[in-house]
Design a protein around this ligand. Structure first.
Ligand SMILES: *Cc1c(COP(=O)(O)O)cnc(C)c1O
Length: 470
């Protein structure tokens, strides 16, 4: 199947099979409640999977954020927490890991990714400035807007087509950036906001060639380039798999090279870094670092803990090093590709190529009879939960929110339901059960009705909105 990416592990070149580079030491029992209990639970949750109780969930694919399994080394690190208010040993371990693996000089820890987004947005955006980015991410764009910025999507057009096969559908269209500079002037652009991989496009990566070209363009116009590094390890594996010249390079080398082209980064450690909480922002410019360090004490905590306990920083420092091991990241992404391949083989409409952290079901293709303002992806997430207790999330019109200028819904081209796979948590048998449930829901797609929204919070509405069946 030409649409698929393949993983081969080390010595087994040319062979399809691979296995996880770990064994299980501790288990957490899970069970499935009955169909009638699931129907009651989702109704009480206002048909929003974020409002379900996790005890009512069988396989939890709501998010890959903070849901990873830590290693025995990370748990051992938790016992080495230095909970001093200032100058914790664990902060210096974390700082060293980020400096070595990502290559940035100045590190400011935050409680999670959005804390870092808040700090950098406030430090680097003046009111009315434009912030071009490769497709929006919910919390990223909100913090840019709250800081007075105007987000502009400059991702390549192909990213909006769920079936267009391109190994680097996360790339920025340089002409779109050039045009923005021409039209608005470089002084009115705060910075370029580059994410690797692009979550809302289906976990699609950015190529090394693209970041190199972007660096050049930024230098020509005196622009800054900041990276959302949340899933940059997964992005680096895709470069190794698909971009010429990188086959023999280690993921860690590729990551470092990519970061070298950027002026700084923010991070949700809850994704790539295999921890349950944590984040950071890191930059090369001393003056900016000073401003970030000053802001962090207002919003997060002192600049040597930023909202994390010492033990959390230690677990993240260890997780950073584990995350860039080639065997780890291949098995992580390989599991997602395995699930994707099952679904594609059964003719189920999913975003292709399959990305690094999740499968994205194309809700428009499931329910062509449900208009977008009746929330087809939200409906699909509910149907999947009712079928098998699997929890997924809407990534469509609900997540896109309202246009701050007009107040209307934003209607994204992609109306998706995301099955995010936590790292090191579920087995291949779980993947089979998930695929079978998706198939059942796909076969039953004909008579499903849409929703109306009956409660809508002002910010990031997808987290707390409530719905009723029409
Ligand atoms: C999760 C995420 C964030 C925000 O991080 P939190 O840790 O959830 O606050 C930012 N960018 C991307 C791409 C993410 O996936």
């Amino acid at each position: 199947m030409s649409s698929q990416r393949y993983i081969t592990m080390g010595e087994q070149k040319g062979r399809r099979s691979w296995a996880e580079p770990w064994k299980i030491k501790m288990v957490e029992p899970i069970s499935m409640i009955s169909r009638s209990e699931r129907e009651k639970a989702i109704q009480e949750a206002g048909y929003n999977t974020f409002l379900l109780r996790s005890k009512d969930v069988y396989i939890d694919l709501l998010t890959d954020s903070g849901t990873s399994a830590m290693s025995d080394r990370q748990w051992a690190g938790m016992m080495l927490g230095d909970e001093a208010y200032a100058g914790s040993v664990n902060f210096y371990n974390l700082e060293k890991a980020i400096q070595e693996i990502y290559g940035y000089e100045y590190i400011v820890p935050t409680h999670q990714g959005r804390g870092a987004e808040h700090l950098i947005s406030h430090a680097e955006i003046r009111k009315g400035q434009y912030v071009p980015g490769n497709m929006y991410f919910t919390t990223t764009r909100l913090h840019q807007e709250l800081a007075g910025g105007i987000f502009v999507d400059v991702i390549i057009d192909e990213a909006h087509d769920p079936y267009h096969i391109d190994p680097f559908k996360g790339n920025i269209d340089l002409r779109k950036v050039e045009n923005l500079v021409k039209e608005k002037g470089a002084e009115n652009i705060a910075y370029i906001s580059l994410a690797g991989t692009v979550n809302m496009a289906g976990g699609q990566p950015v190529s090394m060639a693209n970041v190199k070209a972007l660096r050049k363009l930024c230098d020509q116009h005196g622009l800054k380039l900041y990276l959302d590094a949340t899933r940059m390890v997964e992005n680096s594996l895709f470069i190794q798999l698909s971009e010429s010249g990188y086959k023999k390079k280690k993921v860690a080398e590729i990551l470092k090279e990519f970061c070298d082209y950027t002026d700084g980064a923010w991070m949700s450690g809850k994704k790539d870094h295999l921890v349950n909480i944590g984040g950071w922002v890191a930059v090369r410019d001393k003056n900016l670092a000073d401003r970030l360090r000053n802001a962090v004490v207002v919003y997060e905590g002192l600049h040597t803990y930023g909202g994390m306990a010492g033990r959390d920083m230690e677990a993240m420092a260890i997780g950073i090093r584990e995350s860039v091991e080639d065997d780890h990241i291949k098995s992580r992404v390989g599991q997602v590709l395995y699930l994707g391949e099952l679904l594609v083989n059964w003719g189920i409409p999913i975003v292709r190529p399959v990305g690094g952290h999740a499968i994205f079901l194309d809700a428009r293709a499931f329910y062509p009879h449900i208009p977008q303002d009746q929330f087809p992806a939200q409906v699909l997430a509910s149907e999947l939960y009712m079928d098998s207790g699997i929890r997924s999330m809407e990534r469509g019109v609900v997540s896109a929110g309202r246009d701050p200028q007009t107040g209307d819904h934003r209607y994204p081209k992609l109306e998706l339901t995301r099955l995010a796979i936590p790292r090191r948590v579920y087995t291949e048998a779980h993947m089979d059960v998930i695929a079978e449930s998706v198939k059942m829901v796909y076969e039953d797609r004909k008579n499903i009705k849409g929703f109306k929204m009956v409660y809508e919070p002002e910010y990031l509405r997808f987290f707390q909105a409530r719905f009723e069946r029409l």
